[in-house]
Design a protein around this ligand. Structure first.
Ligand code: 6R9
Length: 652
């Protein structure tokens, strides 16, 4: 196993404080009875009926889970449509005038879509996609920023049974090309461009570039005119407005999808040099995210809800789009960044929209703390009922700041652990039931099996660090795991009895069964909640002319959580210096995007290697963190570590 830190890395202590659920929250919460945990234990797997019951099925399923061996066919025999569940059923139930999406642009413009508006536009775009030749099971790639046309396009795809493949707009043309190929996708929806912190980013030109780079032809491309700078459209390229207008008033019947038909593909970073393709299916995924939106986020149809996640990542798929809309909630969608135009933009949004439930990431909370504590306090945030966090471990100090300064000590905080691969939340407190422990995510949700094991697969004693494995299948599990496949990195890792999935995270469990997640133990780093593979960054750097070898590690960063540190050996005849450094940064931005930009590029004559030639990444992490250097005695070249450390000190 490639083990970046091992389970014994610095143990982050969760606070020993315990906070009971606020009574005024419990009084109105959807799930308040502790018996739900027992019910799921006694009744497993049929207990997951409860999740499926949040949805409308065309054909009811015959069995919740026919077999406890792969293939795991959750809700076998059932058919449904995700778009029908997120849109039509609310219109049919008389909620057509309720706001579904309130979009706030970063410049202060707003656009409001009721469920009826959403119904109309999704139908028109679904008809347009069909007219472009998109058939059931064709993959449609969506390379779009946070504009309303993104969820509309996702729902239109879901309506016609065409899996979507959303690519985060901050990724480069190369990254888009790789994802088009990996998904075997011949249809692309993008936009001309968008503003980020006041500057225009031209997306269509990146999409055009990707089109040239991808190994196969794109058949059709749709361009949303967001900046009004679309320019020339070539063959097979159409504007979104032109297509929607051509299908004004069209209605498309939602396609009946089997529970395990693919709803979408999404790519994330794994531990190989290639992005990892994850496929989520219609029934289990939608049931999982809808149930957890209800049980954990406590969302109700009358709520206004703000999640700051970008729809380009899984958090936005599950908890900006599918979960909240399936429940008929009003989702506020924010185009910009929390600090643009001012650092109080988020508090503005909460106050103006009287937001009930707010879900964000620890990196944002750390920024808020750093900026000015008085900012949230100068606003009326009394509409808030519940706060959530996701994406990285949250330390007890940030947790308490969030609880006190944003939640005024009256809103429960749910620290939700989950992954692209799990589809939805797995480990967190049920806020109307469980006490909170700042710094610890909480117990596994009812029905979820999680264990912390050592390298041999043995469960470790309470409060000791080990590897986090999931030991039971769950409805939101992706196609590969359903089929009993393992991703390369997870293959036969531990000798755990029975089926299991290794998460890539280190964790410990306390005497109450609360899990504290310690961070990744594999070659994945987490920069501001963005999941990045060190191997992908390394291969980008090695592709730069003049670079002989590179090693990338994550170093601690006060706001970002981790930052990218690149250690580089130059090729003979090339000079270390600003020119090469700039080309390395450009190389990473071209291959992946600005999110992977190295914080530091450190030139070194050698990398610390063991006698067998393996790079000792742990030492490079110690160097990045300015920590005391670990044992260097097994190195072939011990002196190099001190040399690199001196360079890092000089650069920072
Ligand atoms: C949803 C999402 C997954 C990785 C995961 C872990 C980290 C997410 C966390 C957390 C501690 C939490 N992570 N939530 N760590 N506490 N509440 O973020 O998916 O982008 O796939 O990242 O994020 O390391 O393995 P994804």
């Amino acid at each position: 196993m490639s083990n970046r830190r091992g389970p014994d890395f610095e143990t982050r202590m969760a606070g020993d404080e315990e906070i009971p659920p606020p009574p005024q929250f419990v009084d109105q919460a959807t799930v308040t009875d502790d018996s739900v945990y027992d019910e799921f234990e006694v009744n497993w797997p049929d207990c997951w009926d409860r999740a499926a019951a949040t949805l409308d099925w065309f054909d009811p399923y015959e069995s919740v889970l026919p077999d406890d061996e792969p293939p795991f066919e959750w809700f076998a025999g059932g058919t449904l449509n995700a778009c029908y569940n997120c849109v039509d059923r609310h219109v049919e139930a008389g909620a057509k005038n309720r706001v579904a999406i309130k979009w706030e642009s970063h410049l202060g413009e707003t656009r409001t879509y009721t469920y009826q508006d959403l119904y109309r536009e999704v139908n028109e775009f679904a008809a347009a996609l069909r007219a472009q030749g998109v058939e059931e099971d064709d993959v449609v790639t969506l390379y779009m920023p946070m504009i309303p046309e993104l969820p509309i396009a996702m729902l239109a795809c879901a309506r016609i049974g065409a899996p979507h493949n959303v690519v985060f707009a901050g990724l480069s043309a190369d990254a888009l090309a790789t994802r088009l190929e990996s998904a075997d996708s011949r249809f692309l929806v993008t936009c001309d461009g968008y503003y980020r912190r006041g500057s225009a980013i031209f997306l269509k030109s990146k999409a055009d570039d990707a089109r040239l780079k991808a190994a196969h032809d794109l058949e059709e491309m749709v361009v949303v005119e967001h900046l009004g700078e679309t320019g020339h459209l070539g063959a097979g390229q159409h504007t979104y407005d032109e297509l929607v207008e051509a299908h004004a008033g069209a209605e498309v019947a939602p396609v009946e999808r089997a529970a395990d038909d693919v709803l979408f593909l999404i790519h994330t970073s794994g531990t190989t040099g290639e992005p990892k393709r994850v496929e989520h299916v219609t029934g289990g995924y939608l049931a999982h995210v809808t149930w957890t939106s209800q049980a954990v986020l406590d969302l109700k149809p009358e709520d206004t809800y703000l999640c700051t996640a970008n729809i380009g990542w899984i958090s936005g798929h599950s908890y900006v789009v599918y979960g909240p809309l399936a429940l008929g909630t009003t989702a506020v969608m924010y185009e910009g960044t929390p600090n643009y135009p001012e650092r109080d933009r988020i508090w503005d949004l909460i106050e103006e929209n009287a937001v009930d439930v707010f879900y964000t990431a620890p990196t944002a909370i750390r920024s808020f703390m750093k900026w000015d504590t008085s900012l949230p306090e100068s606003r009326d945030l009394s509409s808030l009922r519940l706060l959530g966090t996701v994406g990285e471990p949250i330390d007890p100090r940030a947790w308490k700041w969030y609880y006190e300064h944003v939640g005024n000590g009256t809103c429960p905080v749910v620290d939700t652990w989950w992954q692209t691969e799990t589809g939805g939340m797995m480990i967190t407190t049920l806020p109307g039931v469980k006490k909170m422990k700042p710094g610890s995510a909480g117990p596994p949700l009812p029905g979820v099996g999680a264990r912390v094991v050592d390298g041999r697969g043995e469960e470790v004693p309470a409060n000791e660090a080990g590897y986090l494995v999931l030991t039971r299948p769950w409805p939101g599990m992706p196609l590969a795991l359903r089929r009993g496949h393992r991703w390369g990195e997870d293959a036969a890792k531990f000798d755990v009895d029975g089926w299991h999935y290794f998460t890539g995270d280190g964790a410990k469990v306390d005497d109450d069964g609360y899990v504290t997640v310690l961070g990744r133990v594999d070659d994945v780093i987490n920069v501001s909640g963005h999941r990045l593979g060190t191997m992908e960054i390394e291969s980008a750097i090695v592709g730069v002319e003049g670079v002989a070898e590179a090693a990338v590690v994550g170093g601690n960063h006060e706001v970002k959580g981790e930052a990218v540190y690149a250690y580089v050996i130059t090729e003979d005849g090339y000079e270390e210096g600003e020119d090469l450094r700039a080309r390395i940064i450009e190389g990473v931005e071209d291959a992946i995007g600005p999110i992977a930009r190295p914080e530091q590029v450190v030139f070194t004559p050698e990398l610390p290697k063991t006698r067998s030639g393996k790079i000792m990444r742990r030492l490079l992490e110690d160097v990045a963190n300015g920590a005391e250097l670990g044992d260097t005695s097994t190195l072939r070249n011990p002196a190099v570590v001190e040399e690199i450390a001196a360079k890092v000190r000089a650069q920072s």
